[in-house]
Design a protein around this ligand. Structure first.
Ligand code: HEM
Ligand code: HEM
Length: 182
C-alpha cells in the first residue's frame, strides 16, 4: 500500500521539538525539587526560561511552516471519525505547544525578575509587578503542562497502535527515510 510521507522538514521539526519539549518538561519538574529562596534556584529558573524561549521560537517556526504546508492525506483505509480525531488532537497539540512557553513568558514579565537569558543578558520585564496576573499565567503554565502531557501520551499510544496493531504504515509517515519501512 502506498502511503504518503511527511516532508523531511516536517519530520525534522516534529522529532527535534518532541525531544526538546520532553526535556523541558523534565527540567520544569526538576525546578520543583529546588527549595525557594536559595541562589541556585534563580540560576536554574533562568536557565529553564531561556531554553523555554528558544523552544517556543522553534515551535513558532514549526507552526508557521505547518500553516504554509498541507500535511499528506491519510490513507482512505482510516475511518473518517478517526481522521477527525487525529486532526483535532494535532490542533490541540499545537495550541498547547504555544500556550506552554507563552504563559511562562508572560508570567515572568509580571514579576520583578523578568528573564536573565542564560544567566548573562538581563531582559527587564515589559510588564509591571502584579502577584495576581503572575499567579494566573503561572497556573496556566502548570495546568497546560498536565493537559499537554496527557495529550502526548494519547498521541504516542495512537502512534504505537498504528505501528504494532494496525501495521498500516501511518507511523512511517513521520519516520526519517533512513528507517526501514514500518
Ligand atoms: C512532545 C511530544 C510530541 C508532540 C508535541 C507531537 C506533536 C505532533 C503533531 C502536532 C503532529 C501533527 C503533525 C502535522 O500534521 O503538522 C504529530 C504527528 C505525528 N506524531 Fe507526534 N508528537 C510528539 C511525540 C511523538 C512521539 C513520541 C511519537 C511516537 C510514537 C509520535 C508520532 C507521530 C506520528 C506517527 C505522527 C504522524 C501522524 C499522521 O500520520 O497523521 N509523536 N505529532
Ligand atoms: C517550552 C515549553 C515549556 C515547557 C514544556 C515548560 C514546562 C514546565 C513545567 C513542567 C514546569 C513545572 C510545573 C509544575 O509545577 O507542575 C515549569 C515551571 C516553570 N516554568 Fe516552564 N516550561 C516551558 C517554557 C517556559 C518559559 C518560556 C518560561 C518563562 C520565560 C517558563 C517559566 C517557568 C517558571 C518560572 C516555572 C516555575 C514555576 C513555579 O515553580 O512557580 N517556562 N515549566
Amino acid at each position: 500500500m502506498m502511503v504518503q510521507q511527511y516532508t523531511r522538514t516536517a519530520i525534522w521539526l516534529h522529532w527535534s521539538i518532541a525531544i526538546l519539549l520532553l526535556s523541558q518538561f523534565a527540567f520544569g519538574w526538576y525546578l520543583q525539587e529546588i527549595p525557594r529562596g536559595v541562589p541556585e534556584r534563580s540560576y536554574f529558573v533562568n536557565l529553564h526560561k531561556s531554553t523555554g524561549i528558544l523552544i517556543g521560537l522553534l515551535i513558532l517556526v514549526r507552526l508557521g511552516w505547518r500553516l504554509a504546508h498541507k500535511p499528506p492525506p491519510l490513507p482512505d483505509t482510516i475511518p473518517r471519525f478517526q481522521q477527525r480525531i487525529a486532526s483535532a488532537t494535532h490542533i490541540l497539540l499545537y495550541v498547547l505547544m504555544i500556550v506552554m512557553p507563552l504563559s511562562g513568558y508572560i508570567a515572568s514579565n509580571f514579576s520583578k525578575w523578568g528573564v536573565k537569558f542564560f544567566n548573562v543578558i538581563t531582559f527587564p520585564p515589559w510588564g509591571f509587578e502584579d502577584k495576581f496576573i503572575y499567579a494566573v499565567f503561572n497556573q496556566t503554565h502548570k495546568v497546560a503542562s498536565w493537559l499537554l502531557l496527557v495529550l502526548i501520551i494519547l498521541h504516542v499510544l495512537a502512534g504505537l497502535k498504528h505501528l504494532f496493531i494496525d501495521r498500516d504504515r501511518v507511523f512511517s509517515r513521520m519516520l526519517p527515510r533512513c528507517f526501514p519501512e514500518r
